[in-house]
Design a protein around this ligand. Structure first.
Ligand code: PA5
Length: 449
């Protein structure tokens, strides 16, 4: 395997190497704690060995379900939010044609995968039902807890529509539920209605669940190779288990550098890519780091940008604003396709100096130029390089970021696997909507509004 590379040399203008290496002993302990399940949140470490322990049988079962969905549906609606949404969206966007919705099913060789229940916007869901009205569609409803309001509302709409169109029996053929093996309203409903189901291991938290059926089923339906995705993750799992030393293990190095920068007052990390297809990988990373580390009054705020687009909106702030940020770039060595910039006889736009060059070269020079400009502007930069955007390297990135997040969270001193703060908005919303049991809170909230 060629592991992803991490280059931290451009942080050394801001840090001494000993600021980073001082974390090694602690990182060794955190690797041990993850291996022996002795650290904070150790009930939620099922993700650590997922790539190497996922069975052939499970992958085959997911692929068979995906083939069945590909046959019956032109559109596959994935209902979920947070960790039950972002991983699948990240991979499908990263590997699909940029204008995939405009292609036919034959051109795509798979149904169009779209998402619902990741918001509670009436317009979004009304538009969704319009689009589905004359299409053959199927649904995966994904919720670890099986009780999350956003996907539950979207699923109710879709379930009723499918039952109206195809009857109970026909709808059953078009619905797959992915949820906890035993608990939650969704598990109960799936059992009662007789849906095909996949289980999310109880010891894998939502934001660490992309390599379970949560991510694998939608990715397989979209026509992508889940075995390659798992192979990339597995190689990173084995590599990061073998070495704890930050000179050999990019996971250790990333965790150490971001904590060293945090101690120097850099409490915002900007994750930048130069490829629009990676936008949702960045969104997935934001949830992973935001929800895992942002607690106990600590946080490195994860912010995402897509360059060069956002250099024309955020570039000024990054270059010259408050110096409390550092930047991590996901750099892609090679694109899948080439676009050569043509010569123009008149050269009215003065672009002939670029004629004959691949657009990717221009993008690369923008990347290098931006890196140097941002360093000049006192923004430490880390670069994570992958050879190309493929299932295999996205698998590596997933596992790399997950393990680094766990270690980084342990260095920060938090439990990276809980999310107690997420409940606050939910209880207020339930009270304001009149859910039974929230009457007292509802009175207090109404007075404050
Ligand atoms: O990381 C988490 O656990 C959460 O953000 C969940 O992913 C999100 O709330 C969705 O939860 P569920 O899958 O239970 O519907």
């Amino acid at each position: 395997m060629e592991p992803l590379k991490i280059d931290i040399s451009k942080t050394l203008e801001f840090l001494l190497y000993k600021d980073i290496s001082r974390y090694q002993a602690e990182i060794d302990q955190h690797h041990e704690a993850l291996r022996n399940r002795t650290g904070k949140g150790s009930d939620f470490l099922g993700w650590v060995n997922l790539p190497s322990s996922t069975s052939e049988d499970l992958l085959s079962e997911i692929e068979a379900a995906a083939r069945r969905m590909q046959e019956i549906a032109d559109i596959f609606v994935v209902v979920g939010i947070g960790g039950s949404y972002l991983g699948a969206k990240a991979v499908i966007d990263a590997l699909s044609h940029h204008f995939s919705p405009l292609l036919s099913k034959e051109q795509r060789k798979a149904p169009l995968v779209i998402f619902a229940g990741q918001n509670i916007c009436a317009d979004y869901h009304a538009d969704l039902m319009d689009i589905l009205a004359d299409k053959s569609y199927a649904v995966a409803v994904i919720s670890k807890s099986g009780t999350t309001t956003e996907p539950a509302i979207a699923f109710r709409l879709l379930k009723q529509d499918l039952e109206k169109r195809y009857g109970k029996e026909g709808a059953r053929e078009r619905i797959i539920a992915v949820t906890d093996p035993e608990s939650g309203a969704l598990r109960k409903m799936a059992t009662q209605e007789g849906y095909q189901t996949f289980s999310i291991p109880p010891d894998v938290g939502g934001r660490f669940s992309v390599l379970t059926p949560v991510g694998l089923l939608p990715i397989a339906v979209a026509g992508f190779d889940i075995r390659q995705l798992m192979a990339g993750a597995r190689d990173m799992e084995l590599h990061s288990q073998k070495y704890s030393d930050m000179n050999q293990n990019p996971v250790s190095l990333y965790a150490a550098v971001r904590n060293a920068l945090y101690r120097r007052g850099k409490n915002i990390e900007i994750l930048a890519t130069y490829h629009p297809r990676l936008q949702y990988l960045v969104e997935w990373w934001k949830q992973l780091y935001g929800e895992s580390e942002g607690k106990d009054l600590k946080a490195i705020l994860p912010v995402g940008v897509g360059f060069t687009t956002d250099l024309h909106s955020m570039g000024q702030l990054i270059q010259d604003g408050e110096r409390n940020l550092f930047e991590t770039v996901i750099s892609v060595a090679k694109t899948r396709r080439q676009v050569i910039i043509p010569t123009d006889a008149e050269d009215l736009d003065k672009l002939n100096y670029l004629a004959g060059k691949d657009m990717h070269t221009v993008n690369k020079m923008a990347e290098k130029g931006t890196l140097l400009a941002h360093i000049e502007g006192n923004v430490p930069n880390l670069v994570i390089e992958i050879p190309t955007i493929s299932e295999y390297y996205i698998g590596q990135l997933f596992y790399f970021f997950e393990k680094a997040c766990a270690i980084s969270g342990y260095i920060l001193g938090v439990n990276p696997f809980d999310q107690p703060g997420v409940e606050a908005y939910k209880v207020n919303m339930f009270a304001l909507l009149g859910k039974a049991g929230y009457e007292e809170l509802a009175k207090t909230l109404r007075e404050r509004l």
